[in-house]
Design a protein around this ligand. Structure first.
Ligand code: ADP
Length: 464
């Protein structure tokens, strides 16, 4: 069911229910008032005629003549009157159409001496309109035990109530009709802004993601909705642009080594070569394949961290032990290049993190430091315990990073000097991976560097 239909249904439903309740209340109130009027009329008349009967005692035939004259003159709600002797079971007086005499009840029981009047209704005739009756004791010393009964035929009143019913019924049906028409109009008007938004959004494709919804001047909910959608479009456009750039950069990054590999293998196959030449070509190809595998693995790790699909297990990681291990691993390559690698600092510095990811983080930093430091230099790793963090600094005496690029090097595929030979550098993903790992650990990474004098990368991690 659409919102339009739901709105229409609710609107009509609420109006129809309140209309019905109002009509019912009006009908019940009117009927009650009318019945009370009749009862009051009956009571007043019966009291008056009872007084009259008591005063004329014992001449009842004279009284009957006067009563008949009086009552027959009344055109609306003609009153019928009976004076009844329950002991003898006979009427002493009856004014009204003779055929109605039998309708008057002959059995009655006054329950309480204080409540000595009984109202009752007897259905009469084909249509069953009621005869409203009042039965009360005459309370006369002259005629002890006599009962006075007054009756009013309710046909006129019930016909009026029927007409009121018809009137209220027709008004209700018309009201529901108007409510339906009004509801349709209101639903259409209030949902029009949503239709407008949908048609504006339909025009936004992937090639015009910079398009935005127009925001009106009025400060209403639609304006908030449009502004919210615009903010979301901005985020979508931003991530779409980043994904596009990432895909293009990744393709570009993989194309060069693949072309070089292809070329190398093609040249090797051009003519028959010696075993040594084949061996050199294969080991070069293997090195290229390894570099490619590293790049692809780095890309995969970054994509998984971006998609927050990476849920590493965090535990206590003793940083001194981890960095000593890395010193052993990288020490061999550093020594070959004529570099010294040292690790110093507090033994009891324990971070809260993932062992594998922290190894990758510090491995990347030490690897870079060795790679960008000329022979004879040194790489120093220091560990310091701070209030609720562990600070690890990787300092080298290498070529340094120009000031204007120090902020950019943490972005993807950024290399300081594109003219540096590929074998000296990677795909420009290492520091971006470092920053993603640090972010995952809710830490911080910064760099201080001076061209020609060296760099210091500082990583702060929450301690365990
Ligand atoms: P790469 O894999 O190419 O080294 P990184 O993201 O690790 O990519 O580094 C980005 C760039 O920052 C490198 O191209 C390099 O020029 C520069 N860089 C990183 N570490 C150092 C360092 N210790 N000394 C000098 N330059 C560095």
């Amino acid at each position: 069911m659409t919102i339009r239909q739901k709105l229409l249904l609710w609107y009509t439903g609420v109006l129809a229910t309140s209309g019905c309740a109002l009509a019912l209340a009006l009908y019940m109130f009117t009927a009650h008032q009318m019945r009370r009027e009749i009862e009051k009329f009956l009571l007043d008349e019966c009291n008056e005629w009872a007084r009259y009967c008591r005063s004329t005692a014992p001449n009842l035939s004279e009284a009957e003549r006067t009563i008949r004259q009086e009552l027959e003159a009344k055109r609306y709600f003609p009153l019928m009157l009976r004076l009844y002797d329950p002991a003898k079971k006979e009427d002493l007086l009856f004014v009204g159409p003779a055929s109605w005499r039998e309708v008057f009840p002959k059995e009655f029981a006054f329950k309480d001496p204080g409540e000595n009047r009984i109202f009752s209704t007897q259905p009469v005739g084909r249509h069953g309109y009621g005869l409203r009756l009042l039965t009360m004791p005459l309370d006369s010393d002259t005629y002890p035990g006599l009962v006075l009964q007054g009756g009013v035929y309710m046909r006129r009143l019930e016909l009026r109530l029927k007409r009121l019913q018809v009137f209220l019924g027709i008004s209700l049906v018309m009201g529901i009709g108007f409510a339906l028409a009004g509801g349709r109009f209101l639903a259409a008007r209030s949902l029009q802004p949503i239709d407008d938004i949908v048609s504006e959004l339909d025009r936004i494709e992937t090639d015009n993601l910079s398009a935005r919804l127009t925001v009106s001047e009025t400060h209403d909910e639609v304006r908030r909705l449009r502004t919210g959608i615009n903010r979301m479009l901005h985020r979508v456009e931003d991530s779409f642009r980043r994904i596009r750039r990432f895909t293009a950069d990744a393709a570009h990054e993989l194309r060069a080594p693949l072309a070089s590999l292809h070329c190398r293998l093609e040249v090797a196959l051009n003519k028959k070569r010696s075993t040594d030449e084949y061996s050199t070509t294969i080991s070069d190809a293997l090195a290229e394949a390894e570099a490619l595998t590293r790049t692809v693995n780095d890309l995969l790790l970054l994509t998984r961290m971006d998609a927050q699909a990476h849920h590493p297990v965090f535990c206590r990681v003793a940083l001194k032990g981890l960095l000593d291990e890395l010193q052993e691993i990288f020490g061999v390559a550093a020594a070959e290049k004529g570099l010294r690698v040292s690790v110093a600092g507090e033994d009891d510095c324990v971070a809260h993190g993932n062992q594998g990811l922290l190894r990758k983080l510090f491995g990347n930093l030490i690897d870079n430091a060795i790679r960008y430091t000329p022979p004879g230099g040194s790489v120093t790793v220091t560990i310091a315990k701070e209030r609720d963090a562990c600070a690890v600094r990787v300092t080298d005496t290498g070529i340094g990073i120009p000031r204007e690029l120090q902020d950019k090097i943490f972005e993807r595929f950024v290399r300081v000097d594109e003219s540096r030979p590929r074998k000296d550098g990677g795909a420009g993903l290492g520091l971006n991976i470092c920053r993603s790992i640090v972010d995952l650990h809710k830490g911080a990474i910064t760099v201080r560097s001076e061209t020609g004098r060296g760099s210091t990368f500082e990583v702060r991690l929450p301690s365990a």
